[in-house]
Design a protein around this ligand. Structure first.
Ligand code: RNT
Ligand code: ZN
Length: 413
């Protein structure tokens, strides 16, 4: 079927496909830098710690900043729609200072190459993350919640530096920078005191958030349920983070790998929107645990996007990607996740949402189920192809990546 025919079919359901394509083009997706090198960063780290793990050994991991930027640029070129880049503090360009200064001394200039990269690749803005993991100053698995004042002060200073760096990134890009705070702190086994670490975490966050640039920085706090080696207790639990964010007027960030397996983020989004101007997401794919599998076009992703669209919240929900897979071509992983979110957003934009809502309000549940099932077979693929065409791309991104792999990635040993 052609796009024109698909357009007519959708029109029978009161859906304007052109308007859906226009709406999709306006939604930025923040693409994480850490898919390209298994979250190792530019500081010389050889392993990842903090309860997160990248598994797989596919050849071609970016080993230097130059390689990462090249792969990132190539991946971005295959992604349709509006993009932002999302950078971790561990991806600082330290130059001659590498190994000489620590994370409590990072400065905006260490991120100037990221601004250059962002501008060269036409992305809307840069988002930022302090890196509270994979570092010798994590003591007994704790950072901002540490009982050791020197350790806690080190990480608070890192957080403060990151707020300054974020203000710089926002200002340079002319687009506010979302700073996501996530710590891995917790205990493998049953603790004797669950309260004190949380009180210290709140105190540390208050110190980090004292006097940041409100024009250019949007702070967000990400909760978690557990990590590898941190199974019994997580300082930054859901209740802790949501209450902290609500009482301090900052944004909550929901990562869909960070809840109990029967909980769904799709249902949490409209609940959060009742009380917050904004809500931030880390779109991931948990498989039995917070495994950070590559995001694919599956039911819960569609459900998440439906809730964003139906809540008329495309401008209030800040969508970022968070997954890291080293078992397949990393560029392919990157692009597939981004395209999947775009697809799911388009899918949601093409639903007869008003009509279905009206059926629900009138209690016409038979008709509602009919519509919900009926729309599943509409020619969505033709509208998606049209979207790619308008973005000067097509469905076959595999061949270009395979060519990049044989020419560039295979040479990395
Ligand atoms: C970890 C969190 C966090 C990280 C990134 C690298 O469980 O999801 O967001 O994945 O900061
Ligand atoms: Zn996350």
């Amino acid at each position: 079927m052609s796009y024109q025919e698909a357009k007519k079919t959708y029109a029978q359901f009161g859906v304007n496909t052109d308007a859906a394509l226009q709406a999709l083009k306006a939604v930025p997706i923040s693409v994480h830098c850490w898919q390209g090198d298994d979250v190792l960063g530019f500081e010389g780290a050889q392993t990842l710690t903090g309860g997160i793990q990248t598994t797989g050994n596919y050849p071609g991991r970016a080993r230097t900043p130059e390689e990462l930027l090249a792969d990132y640029a190539f991946a971005l070129s295959l992604m349709p729609g509006k993009k932002r880049i999302n950078v971790h503090a561990s991806y600082a360009f330290l130059g001659a200072e590498r190994g000489k200064i620590d994370r409590d001394q990072y400065r905006p200039e260490h991120f100037a190459p990221w601004v250059k990269f962002a501008k060269e690749h036409g992305v809307e803005g840069i988002d930022f993350n302090p890196t509270f993991f994979a570092h010798p100053k994590m003591k007994d698995g704790l950072t901002l919640s540490s009982p050791d004042e020197a350790i806690r002060a080190f990480w608070v200073e890192h957080g403060r530096r990151c707020m300054e760096i974020a203000a710089y990134l926002g200002r340079e890009m002319g687009s506010p920078c979302l700073v996501n705070l996530w710590i891995p702190d917790g205990y493998k086994d049953v603790p004797a005191d669950r309260l004190s670490p949380r009180l210290r975490y709140a105190k540390s966050l208050d110190e980090i958030l004292k006097g940041y640039d409100k024009k250019w920085v949007i702070p967000a706090l990400e909760s978690k349920v557990f990590g590898i080696g941190v199974e019994s207790y997580t300082v930054g639990s859901n209740e802790f983070c949501q209450n902290y964010a609500a009482t301090r007027g900052i944004c909550s960030l929901l990562d869909n790998g960070h809840y109990h397996p029967t909980e769904v983020v799709s249902d949490k989004i409209p609940a959060m929107l009742c009380f917050h101007d904004r809500v931030a997401l880390h779109v991931s794919r948990p498989v039995r645990w917070d495994s950070d599998h590559v995001v694919i076009f599956e039911d819960e992703l569609k459900e998440i996007c439906k809730e964003i669209v139906r809540s008329d919240a495309l401008q209030r929900v800040m969508i970022a990607l968070d997954y890291f897979d080293a078992s397949i071509n990393r560029v392919f992983a990157w692009v597939t996740g981004q395209r999947s979110v775009e697809k799911a957003l388009l899918y949601a934009l093409l639903l007869p949402n008003e009509e279905m809502k009206a059926a629900q309000e009138k209690g016409e549940f038979t008709r509602l189920m009919y519509l919900q099932e009926r729309v599943k077979m509409l020619p969505f693929g033709d509208v998606w192809e049209e979207y790619l065409k308008q973005c000067k791309l097509d469905e076959n991104y595999f061949d270009a990546i395979a060519a990049y792999e044989s020419k560039i990635l295979k040479e990395r040993r």
